[in-house]
Write a protein of this length. Structure first.
Length: 371
């Protein structure tokens, strides 16, 4: 309980520090912006998909190309992709389709389809559920001017949650996952790569064996980041928040995704995953109060809840400008309780469900379809 409360305060301080020291995404007028290819893997009609994809086509950037990649000709998103290509022109928007590519990781499979169509050296990987601001490309590309930077990531926050379980997912990402990532980055505990929003040079990707080398991994972005760091390059995180749209149809889907988040951490950093149990201040404070049934128990519980709620409010409101999260803050104790349950479940679970397909997880992070 004490450890969790201290960690909550440190997370808030980390967000404040990173935001305060964020560098502007600009460069001298004499230095031109490099041309960029945005890779957007697409699979099916997701919530808000039209607005998400369109946001990639209206960037305030001199020269860039958008590559939408799909696997099958009957993908329901294909008519939308063709509509965007007609609107913005084939020079700006390319559609790649190839059902022959194979890889357990569906995202890598799609990126392998799109990469051959990329015209430029600077690559930006942006998931289909991500909504971009017009200044996104300038923000994520600017740090690549430093030749020592191997990859750049922007932070993201969940948005447009409708149901109560979508709001729990929003709090998981915004009040837990993102704040943990910021703390790890600022403290130097871990150097992360956020696959939903990443920029790198094509040559850097080639140096680590290309996308093909990542296709067997559950957490392909972490694997890519670690391989790049091993080449001697460094990472950069830009305090530029893009929105990732929450799209969950059922409570079961939410719970599966909750387990997926915890499995991600367990697979890539098992020691850190084991340690995360101590930062669950609210559920442990509730158990402490229930066991004691006295004034001290109530005081401890009240203090833990107050610190967690206050620091989360600071991270969401001041740090991330997440007013959806602020409005859903009353659900945070429930989310933290569910997080403790999913932690215990993920600690023993050896399979993961990805778009309806079950995979067996190996200790090295690889995944194999369960037959």
């Amino acid at each position: 309980m004490i450890g969790g409360s201290i960690y909550a305060i440190l997370s808030l301080i980390s967000v404040i520090w990173l935001k305060a020291t964020a560098a502007p995404s600009s460069r001298p007028n004499s230095v031109p912006w490099p041309p960029v290819t945005i890779l957007k893997p697409v699979c099916g009609l997701e919530k808000n998909l039209s607005e998400n994809l369109r946001s990639a086509c209206v960037q305030d950037y001199p020269e860039y190309q958008v590559v939408f990649s799909i696997q099958v000709p009957d993908d329901p998103a294909l008519p939308l992709l063709k509509e965007l290509q007609r609107e913005f022109g084939a020079q700006k928007v390319s559609i790649a389709m190839d059902g022959q590519r194979t890889a357990p990781n569906g995202k890598i499979k799609n990126l392998l389809v799109g990469l051959p169509h990329a015209r430029y050296d600077v690559l930006v990987i942006s998931d289909s559920d991500v909504l971009l601001r017009p200044d996104y490309l300038k923000a994520i590309v600017a740090p690549l001017e430093d030749p020592n930077v191997g990859f750049v990531c922007t932070l993201y926050k969940a948005s447009r949650a409708g149901t109560w379980f979508e709001k729990l997912e929003l709090l998981t990402i915004n009040a837990d996952v993102m704040s943990n990532i910021v703390f790890a980055h600022v403290s130097g505990v871990s150097k992360v790569c956020l696959g939903a929003s990443t920029a790198l040079h094509r040559s850097t990707l080639k140096d680590i064996g290309g996308l093909e080398a990542l296709g067997d991994y559950l957490v392909e972005d972490y694997e890519m980041g670690q391989r790049i760091l091993k080449t001697g390059k460094k990472n950069a995180i830009v305090f530029h928040l893009v929105d990732t749209i929450v799209d969950l149809k059922t409570v079961r889907q939410w719970w599966t995704h909750q387990l997926y988040w915890d499995l991600n951490i367990r697979v890539v950093r098992p020691a850190a995953f084991f340690g995360t149990v101590v930062i669950r201040a609210i559920p442990f404070a509730l158990m402490f109060a229930a066991l004691r049934l006295d004034l001290l128990g109530l005081v401890v519980m009240g203090g833990a809840v107050m610190i967690r709620m206050a620091t989360a409010a600071g991270i969401l409101g001041w740090g991330f400008r997440d007013w959806e999260g602020i409005k859903s803050l009353a659900l945070l104790p429930m989310r933290d309780g569910a997080g403790l349950v999913s932690w215990f479940r993920a600690f023993t679970k050896r399979t993961v469900i990805w778009r309806g397909v079950e995979f067996i997880l190996h200790r090295d992070g690889r995944m194999v379809p369960r037959l």
